[in-house]
Design a protein around this ligand. Structure first.
Ligand code: GLU
Length: 485
């Protein structure tokens, strides 16, 4: 249960990770990936994986936006432990921590007005200095403030030295404490800042490992100030292990943006990827274990470690996702696959009973016919075509006079077949070829043309079985009869 990663601090506690998405209207695949890493790491060590919705931005955090995240996680099959924490419900606790820091002399009231602060920044800009709060109320007595003046609560950060993080992915990273200004914990209206809320929640949730995007690395230096300031004030404020995961880039190496394709996890569901494929793909996107490319969930849980997270940004590669998806489609249970395909198959017209029977029969042998569900659904079209079926150019070519003659002969033989299975059919075709000294191709090509309109099918006998005897003979008849007209 105990962790062996990171900086050696707090490593004897049971592992607790958290995933803390903000409801922005969709679940970004980059976020889904860090969510997956956090979840896997906890599962790997038998710890807990917690979920916190960072819904403090009231304008964006609609119920709909929250549901989109929950649906995305649900689709991926990432079930988190315990109750979901909603950050907005914890504002009182955030304010309490700010007050405690104030009482302990580790934070102070800042009465600087908005105008004053923008003037300060203006001057810093003009003098080409870094823009940061200059600590003007750090040592001032609050009695100097005008009666009833509004104030913020700011943390008192160390004036010298450096803050070091032994990041489990990035290695040792440090910052000169002079670069960290006395940032705001509590706004004038009493609401907590994001910087305060995140760290209070992380500590209250007992998080031992913070696995998140490396765009939060700078925040970690600030969050650490709050942790350290609280250490003498309340118990339980132990430094977590930080693991800042490099972001995902597009295939051109640039930061992932809309032009690289879908950014939303659920968009991949809608494009016809299976959740287990998406999960296996996201896992490999920035994590590796030897040369293995595809991991089942159990393997991932058994093998996932922070040490396998790559330091360089991963590149989104839709071709690879397609390959992984094809792999999982082949593994998928027939019933499940059929129910996923059904809405796609019925987009234009409901399936008839006969079509359903044919598609169900064909499904086990057709699973390698698509890298996505819509592609696979399209591959079943020939089983639904209305006679006489449409031919493509190549098919028409193989239905030459010779080809049709062979079909006429074969049809007569098939007609007599009582037991209609791929095996018996295959036997009929082989002996028909052997008797006439024909190659399989010489018969198979016109047959395939007549039955599928030209669809590639490696094995023709099962196609006849799926179509059934009447439909098969009918389709052959359509071609041979048309020719005679
Ligand atoms: N809510 C933040 C986000 O969605 C993550 C905060 C964190 O992981 O600390 O980017």
């Amino acid at each position: 249960m105990a962790s062996s990663d990171g900086n050696g601090l707090g490593t004897q506690r049971p592992v607790i990770t958290r995933f803390a998405p903000s409801p922005t209207g969709f679940l970004h695949i980059g976020n889904a990936r860090t969510g997956l890493f956090s979840w896997l790491y906890a599962r790997h060590l038998g710890g807990k994986a917690l979920l916190r919705i960072e819904d403090t931005d009231k304008k964006r955090s609609t119920q709909e936006a929250i549901d989109v995240i929950l649906d995305g996680l649900d689709w991926l099959g990432l079930e988190f432990d315990g109750e979901t924490v909603f950050q907005s419900e914890r504002a009182d606790r955030h304010a309490e921590v700010a007050q405690k820091l104030l009482d302990a002399g580790k934070a102070y009231k800042c009465f600087a007005t908005t105008e004053e602060l923008s003037e300060m920044r203006e001057q810093q800009r003009a003098a080409k200095q870094p823009i940061r709060y200059d600590g003007r109320w750090r040592d001032r007595d609050p009695v100097e403030a005008p009666e009833g003046a509004e104030f913020t609560i700011r943390i008192k950060t160390p004036e010298g030295g450096e803050t070091i993080i032994e990041d489990a992915v990035q290695g040792r990273v440090k910052v000169d404490n002079r670069e960290i200004d006395d940032f705001i914990l509590l706004r004038a209206d009493g609401t907590p800042t994001y910087m305060l809320a995140v760290v209070v929640d992380d500590m209250d949730m007992g998080c031992t490992h913070i696995i998140r995007g490396d765009d939060h690395l700078n925040n970690a230096f600030r969050q650490m100030q709050v942790i350290e300031a609280m250490q003498g004030v309340e118990d339980g404020w132990e430094r977590p292990v930080y693991a800042h995961v490099p972001l995902i880039h597009g295939n051109d190496g640039a930061k992932l943006s809309k032009r690289h394709g879908a950014l939303s996890t659920l968009a991949y569901r809608d494009m016809g990827y299976l959740p287990e494929a998406m999960k296996a793909y996201l896992l490999r996107l920035g994590w590796s274990h030897g040369d293995q490319e595809i991991f089942t969930e159990d393997e991932a849980i058994a093998l996932f470690d922070i040490g396998g997270i790559n330091k360089a940004p991963a590149r989104l590669d839709l071709e690879k996702l397609g390959q992984i998806n094809a792999h999982f489609i082949r593994l998928a249970d027939d019933e499940r696959l059929f129910s996923l395909l059904k809405p796609l198959l019925e987009a234009e017209a409901p399936l008839t009973e006969a079509e359903t029977a044919r598609i169900r029969a064909a499904l086990p042998g057709m699973k390698d016919r698509g890298t996505t569900l819509p592609e696979l659904a399209a591959a079943f079209a020939f089983l639904r075509d209305i006679r006489p079926i449409q031919m493509n150019k190549k098919a028409r070519k193989s239905l030459s006079e010779e080809g049709l003659d062979r079909l006429v002969g074969l049809r007569d033989e098939l007609q007599q077949l009582r037991q209609w299975t791929a095996e018996t059919i295959s036997h009929v075709i082989s002996s028909y070829c052997a008797d006439r000294d024909l190659s399989m191709g010489q018969v198979g090509q016109p047959l395939r043309a007549a039955l599928t309109g030209g669809l590639p099918a490696p094995d023709i006998a099962p196609v006849l079985e799926w179509l059934g005897k009447d439909e098969t003979l009918g389709r052959i008849e359509d071609q041979t009869a048309l020719d005679r007209d």
